[in-house]
Design a protein around this ligand. Structure first.
Ligand code: ZN
Length: 199
């Protein structure tokens, strides 16, 4: 027993040293674990509201992150992928980009890309629209990350793609998007700020 204990103790410093040194000797491994994506808005936006997964699929929650932005601001793909959807869902302009088994969603965004189009990380996919956002009358991008399809669909925190960020709860945030029909129409190469009549 004593011999065993002595043997264990003598190996302990070596084990401890190995543990300490390992993270420093494999920088490639630690880099690959870092956030892989880019912020959809540039410069890095303020997070108006973070991800709040509902306790069950039919409960209230916030299935994405709201990023403060300006109407007409360029919205970028967070990861390289293929445009899966670019159009209107229930009157709300939405862009979805597919990344293998996951997809990112951007709304309210008037698309400047088409379905099936390949996009690089950081590539502009559309313009932020003022209405139909969680922040109206302020402007924000609702950014979502979804894994799986159909019944296996799971909403994830998109901020994990960019290493998180400070979340500030602003009083302007609301549970349901406010729908105010303003005169905007694609294609957006003739984009004009839709807020002019408000001010
Ligand atoms: Zn939102």
């Amino acid at each position: 027993m004593r011999a065993l204990l002595t043997a264990l103790l003598s190996t302990l410093p070596a084990v401890a040293l190995t543990t300490l040194v390992l993270p420093w000797t494999s920088p490639a491994a630690s880099a690959s674990e870092g956030p892989a994506g880019v912020w959809p808005l540039d410069p890095e936006p303020e997070v108006v509201r973070g991800f709040e997964p509902p306790p069950h699929p039919y409960a209230a929650g916030h299935r994405g992150a709201d990023l403060a932005g300006a109407p007409g601001q360029a919205v970028r793909a967070a990861l390289p992928g293929t445009v899966g959807f670019a159009g209107s869902i229930g009157g709300k302009p939405v862009v979805t980009v597919l990344h293998g088994g996951r997809r990112t969603t951007y709304e309210p965004v008037a698309a400047t890309v088409e379905r099936g189009q390949a996009v690089a990380a950081g590539e502009v996919i559309g313009r932020l629209v003022l209405t139909d956002s969680h922040c109206f009358p302020a402007s924000c991008l609702h950014w979502g990350l979804i894994a799986g399809r159909g019944a296996d669909e799971e909403y994830l925190d998109p901020l994990t793609l960019v290493g998180g960020g400070p979340v500030r709860l602003l009083p302007l945030w609301r549970d349901e998007p406010v729908t105010v029909r303003l005169p905007w129409a694609p294609p957006l190469d003739v984009w004009r700020r839709p807020v002019d009549w408000l001010v």
